[in-house]
Design a protein around this ligand. Sequence first.
Ligand code: HEC
Length: 225
Amino acid sequence: MTDRFNTIAGWTLFAGIVALGLSILSDMYFGADKPHRPETMGYAIEGVVEEGADEGPSLALLLASGDPAKGEASFAKCVSCHTINQGGANGIGPNLYGIMGQPIGKHAAGFAYSSDLASFGGEWTYEVMDEWLRSPKGMVPGTKMSFAGLGNPEERANVILYMVQNGGGPPLPEPPAEEPAAEGDEGAETGAAGPAEEAGQAAAGAVAQEQPEEDTPSATQPGDN
Ligand code: HEC
């Protein structure tokens, strides 16, 4: 009897130890006990994410805080193909003096633009120029500007400022001052609602006897319908 009890107890203990060992091993292998947070939370939604990634400071803000002198330094990447002085010659690429605000692919007289750029349409707004400099081939697949693009939004903004400095351009976009203003409006609304409500309550208090009677019929009406 005692023997059998010991045997059963022994096997039970052994099974427990094996189970514990397996569980430790599985933890070591799969790490199921440790929560692993993904580096970026949430799901990637195409299109939306790209905008979000681009978001950072807005182009308007980068232009407002940018530096055309740094843009001039970056323009060293362009001079093998472009001049930017007034009346400068076209090279592999068109002269870029006063390009900002001009029709796309038409600005430099005598330059043979690719038909894709010439027929692109529209003007060199700040947004379009930013997009172009980010990836010329991304914006106009058939362009003959063989330039990979400038990946850094700050650098693009500085180059754009340098181009504005050489021949001008449309007024710079306003940096986003609207958001705080909108919040301010909300605050003002809430502020206005407070006193108005209080006034309403005071009025209700003044006509406290009539108020419930007025409410009662209107409250029963929906029930009647
Ligand atoms: C390897 C030569 C090359 C380099 C480098 C290059 N470009 Fe160009 N660029 C061109 C060519 C060629 C075109 C004309 C494209 C077409 O017709 O499709 C062009 C067109 C442009 C246009 C459009 C002009 C218009 O009249 O509509 C802009 C703006 C421009 N380049 C800016 C730049 C800037 C800024 C840089 C430097 C960051 C740069 N490019 C670097 C060759 C180059």
